[in-house]
Each structure stands twice: as C-alpha cells, then as structure tokens.
Design a binder for this molecule. Sequence first.
Ligand SMILES: Cc1cc2nc3c(=O)[nH]c(=O)nc-3n(C[C@H](O)[C@H](O)[C@H](O)COP(=O)(O)OP(=O)(O)OC[C@H]3O[C@@H](n4cnc5c(N)ncnc54)[C@H](O)[C@@H]3O)c2cc1C
Length: 425
Amino acid sequence: MKTKTDVAVVGGGLGGLAVATLLARGGRKVTLFEKSRHLGGRAHTTEVEGYHFNLGPHALYLEGAAARVLGRLGVPMRGGSPRGEGSFALRGNQLYPLPSGAVSLLMTDLLGAAGKLELGRVLTGLGRMDAAALEGRSLREWLDEHVTREEVREVVAAFFRVATYCADADALAADAAVEQFQRARKGVRYLDGGWSELVRALAGMAKDAGVAVVGSARVESVEREAGRVRGVRLADGTEYEAETVVVAGGPRDVAALLPGDEVLAGWAAKARPVKAASLEVGLSKLPRPRALFALGVDRPWYASVHSAWARRLAPEGGAMVHVAKYLGGREEEASEAELEGVLDVLQPGWREHVVTKRFLPGLTVMNALPAKRLGERPGPRVEHVRGLYVVGDWVGEEGLLVDASLASAETVSRLLSTETGARAA
Ligand SMILES: Cc1cc2nc3c(=O)[nH]c(=O)nc-3n(C[C@H](O)[C@H](O)[C@H](O)COP(=O)(O)OP(=O)(O)OC[C@H]3O[C@@H](n4cnc5c(N)ncnc54)[C@H](O)[C@@H]3O)c2cc1C
C-alpha cells in the first residue's frame, strides 16, 4: 500500500522546511523527506566543547527575502549585527582601517587622497543605483566602467565579494551583485547560537502545522505519469503518492530524481556552484580583543569574530572565529595554512589559545552563480512536469543565498494556493 500525501517535499534544509510549513499552514497534507540524520542542510550548526560553528561564516541579510519569510512564519532571528569598529582591510600582510563609512574612509591609510575621494563617490553612487538597469553586464565590466583607479577597484570588488560570496567578477551578473551590495548595506545579523536555531524553530513550526517529517530518508526518484508527477520513491523502496512534489535541493539533486529529463539535466549542467574554503576556530581567549574583522583586498580573504556580536557561540571568555577564502576566478583552491596565515595577521598568538579547529576546503555556498539576470533562473514551477516545483538558492527571480531559497519557498506556496483557489472556484 502506498502512503498518500498531498505534497511531498524533498529536502529538509531551510528552504524545504519553510515551504513545507507554509503549505501545511495553508491546509495541505505535507510529508518532508530528508536524507541526512539531521534537518537543516547547510544551515546546520556543529557544537564542539561549547563552541557553535555554522557551516562557514553565515550572516542573515536583514532586508532580504529570508528575513521577510521567517518573520511571516514567526521564526525568531535573535543575534547581533557587526558594526564598523575593529574592522580592517587586509592587503599583503598589513591591516588598514576598513573604509566602509565616512569616518573610516577619512582615517584609513589604505588609499591616497584621490583614491579616498573616488571610493567615497563610488560607494555613494552604488547606494542609489538602479540595479535592474545593469542587466546583461558582468560585475567586471561594471567595475571597469565605473572605477578608474586599480587600488579603488580592488576595494570595491572586496565589498562585492563579502556581500555576494562570489569571487569571480568576470562571471557574476552586475545587477545581482549591486542588488546584493545594497541589501548588505542595510544590515546583516550573526545569529545567537548559530543558524541551527532557525532550523530548530522552523522544524517545531512544521511539526505544529502537521508536517510529517521523515528523517534518514533519501528520495531516489520522483515518479511521473503522462507529464505529471504522481509521487516519490525512497531508496528503501517505500513509495508515497502525491499530486505535488517540491524538490528543495540543488539542480543536480533535481536532475538525479528524474533521470533522462533533458531540461533538468540542462539546468544541472549549466549551474556553476559558488564555493568557499572555511576555517573555524574556537579560542579560549582572543589575543587582540579589538581586532574583530578583516576583509582581504588583494586576495579573497575573510575573517570575523562572530562571537563578538552574537551570543551563545563560545563559552564565557572564549571566542569563535570564522576565516574563509572565497573561491572562483583565479583562486580555485585553498590550504589550511593560508587561512591560518590570515588569522596570524588579525590575531597574532591565536595558536596558543586553540580549543578546537576545523578546516573545510570546498563548501558549496550557492548552487549556481547568477551569471545572467536573476529573472532567467529556473523555476520554481517546472513547466514541463505538472505538479513539480523546485526551491533553492538557484531558483526564481529574487535574491541570492538563503534569500533565494526562502523567496522560492514563498512563491511555491503562493502558486499552490492560487491553484487551489482557481480549482475551488
Ligand atoms: C560556507 C557557507 C556560507 C554561507 N553563508 C551564507 C550567508 O552568509 N548568508 C546566507 O544567506 N546564506 C549563506 N549560505 C547559504 C545558506 O546556508 C543556504 O542558502 C541555506 O541554508 C538554505 O539552503 P537550502 O535549504 O536551499 O539548501 P540545503 O541547505 O542545501 O538543503 C537541501 C537539503 O536537501 C537534502 N536532500 C538533497 N537531496 C535529497 C534527496 N534525494 N532525498 C532527501 N533529501 C535530500 C539535503 O540533505 C539537504 O539537507 C552559506 C552556505 C555555506 C556553505
């Protein structure tokens, strides 16, 4: 006997949990399958000896779709926003005050007078720019057109890197980059206790809304008949009948679930993942308590003491630090030693205080780099397979990173409620 459900959701990351909860609250019977033992996907937080590490540095964009959807669902997003103090630009092995605002721009010796003037002008202009008008251009083209001095271009490119996570300015779409830059300027938040707090809250809400969550359950295929879905089959052979299937994974996951589908295979082949290397360090003490953030200017580095801004990330007196390298473009690989070298500059002497440390060389930050305008990303509705939808950071017209995942989750719930309304009428 096949189990019946209205909607089968494949994937229990934030995207899958959000779409399942929205649909269940809208009155649908929803079953969610997650192949891993724990929910959360890339929003998982690992706890080691009282240190809470996200899977690489994570910041929630306060003006993004994720904050909007989580707010609508009632998920708490407690945490702290990094402010300018203790922030540096890193060039060579040298730290300079990070010129991110008017005062730090005046103070920094990263640039000469003419460079400071140009940077001030570019940053002000960026804040007001109509991102949609940049459609069809790469970030590199935009930088070449709008920034004269090479030293200033480096700094502006570094700000784009930290906002978008993409190091490949030649490939990244300028409209997506500028929109994300403007969003980042409105504020980001590091979350108390890490992103697992979002997962925990959402999982509780999913359960309260009646979602049946099936863990350690890998969906092997989406079953279809006469151009529409009819359910899913798990790796252990169990089958579920469903008139709607939402796949909340990457483009390769979707293509693998419907083998032989050329459109889906094409999406997977075209998607160029955005990667990063991550070094997570738990320290018993911060050697330089006033050095909290470093952004690489001539190399794609990032280092930030997340526990300085968010609570419950490190035990009392300790510090939790994320170091990362944005991969892509000319920098495809990273070694642990390189990332440790970045921390040597920001926090000399840190090695004497290490409690725990983890290096992850190639994390997938985004399933697809937005190389064209956002409107050309696939989904969420899969037009040629009735009843099939996709949710993720590579889907739909809005946002990057988790903003795209949750915006696409919201769109799926809206599309399905419109369909139900139309059917009932
Ligand atoms: C290093 C790093 C840094 C990041 N920083 C930020 C940041 O600062 N800001 C931000 O907004 N975002 C950031 N992100 C991205 C963010 O983590 C994700 O966008 C977010 O967690 C939402 O992911 P998702 O639910 O779309 O996909 P995932 O979290 O990837 O979830 C997909 C889930 O589907 C499951 N699955 C796949 N196939 C199957 C199958 N066949 N059967 C059952 N289950 C299946 C997977 O196990 C997984 O749990 C970062 C990511 C990384 C890796």
